[in-house]
Write a protein that binds this ligand. Structure first.
Ligand SMILES: [Zn+2]
Ligand SMILES: [Zn+2]
Length: 354
């Protein structure tokens, strides 16, 4: 077994308050039969991490500090428990972060991502903002050895973008993506790679809109501009709006504008978590215009990972643009600041880039 007498660095949410994060050291322990020791190569900051760091109402309800931060990563397997046979030392891995029970009615219905007994990586105290992580083997997926860690560590959020685009069924039509943060950008890249006819992107940040354009958005709208709603309404007046919208902002005004921009019978997929309760005009849009509104929570466990692998070659140039910042782990404060600024694409920690 690997010996680390001084332990390894790991970023912890230590206190239940905004911030409250510190770089600690953790000792390696022996592996349970189903566990795998991974040396983390890269890890990416996710919106969930930012909610936890900002300690909003949702985070305060869902998490109890102290616990280890970070769940989007790729790395190399160093060691495995004695019941792990399908993953071996030297494998390049990333994690599917949803761990279903395998025997409830949701699991039986091929909906393991909404398993009634679902466990998620970020609540297992594994921690990916660290040099090492001990991970249940069921969560790990082996990746092609030649896939660079920069892209490998995007598999989890990219899967959300790929799935949202697939389920929007807007392929031969028009797709509105509200919010050009990392998930919005990944959805735009996936929409472009799967041949969506026209992609409309909205964001308050012009840097992010430019980034969206560089990876395939055809029409850019800044919702703070006076005529933003008219711009949205003028999209396909004969069709009554866009075929589908994906909200990644979690913002009340953003969701409301997405809802009113979708044509009758179209689809709105919600992938961004609102901070709390929000109000929407359900009579006017959802009922009288029969818009289907549905959440997207993670990846479809049986299909999305492979769908994403299949799309990767077409996505690499976009992913290169979407990763806008790279930091060593000890510069975590600067990394979280830029990720929170609303100006960045995906922010990654480069921990052991091998
Ligand atoms: Zn994530
Ligand atoms: Zn289940």
């Amino acid at each position: 077994m690997l010996s680390l007498p001084m332990g390894y660095p790991i970023l912890m949410k230590e206190r239940p308050m905004p911030g409250g994060v510190a770089l600690a050291r953790r000792q390696l322990r022996s592996l349970a039969a189903n566990e795998v020791l991974v040396r983390i190569s890269r890890a990416a900051i996710c919106g969930t991490d930012l909610h936890i760091i900002g300690w909003n109402a949702w985070a305060a309800k869902s998490y109890k500090p102290p616990f280890a931060l970070g769940h989007e990563f790729s790395g190399i397997v160093i060691d495995r428990g004695n019941e792990v046979h399908d993953i071996k030392p030297g494998d390049k891995v990333a994690a599917e972060t949803h761990l279903p029970c395998g025997h409830c009615s949701q699991c039986a219905a091929d909906r393991g991502h909404t398993c009634l007994n679902l466990r998620v990586f970020s609540r297992l105290d594994c921690g990916a903002f660290a040099e090492y992580a001990i991970v249940p083997s069921e969560l790990l997926r082996v990746l092609p050895a030649d896939l660079h860690h920069k892209y490998a560590c995007l598999m989890e959020p990219l899967g959300i973008g790929v799935r949202a685009v697939r389920e929007s069924q807007a392929r031969s039509g028009q797709l509105l993506v509200v919010g050009c943060g990392p998930i919005g950008l990944l959805a735009i890249a996936a929409a472009k790679a799967t041949g969506t006819t026209r992609i409309i992107a909205t964001d308050l940040s012009h840097d992010r809109l430019r980034l969206a354009q560089s990876i395939g958005a055809d029409t850019l709208i800044d919702p703070s501009e006076d005529d933003a709603n008219e711009q949205l309404m003028s999209l396909r007046p004969n069709a009554g709006g866009v075929d589908a919208a994906i909200d990644t902002s979690g913002n009340q005004a953003g969701i409301a504008s997405a809802l009113s921009a979708v044509r009758p019978g179209g689809t709105l997929l919600l992938a961004g978590l609102p901070n709390g309760d929000i109000g929407l005009d359900l009579s006017r849009h959802v009922i009288l215009r029969e818009i289907a509104v549905r959440g997207i929570y993670g990846r479809h466990l049986r299909t999305t990972w492979q769908d994403t692998i299949d799309l990767l070659p077409a996505l690499i140039p976009a992913l290169d643009r979407i990763v806008t910042h790279e930091f060593p782990l000890h510069e975590y404060e600067a990394a979280f600041d830029i990720a929170t600024s609303g100006q960045a694409g995906k922010v990654q920690f480069v921990i052991n880039d091998d």
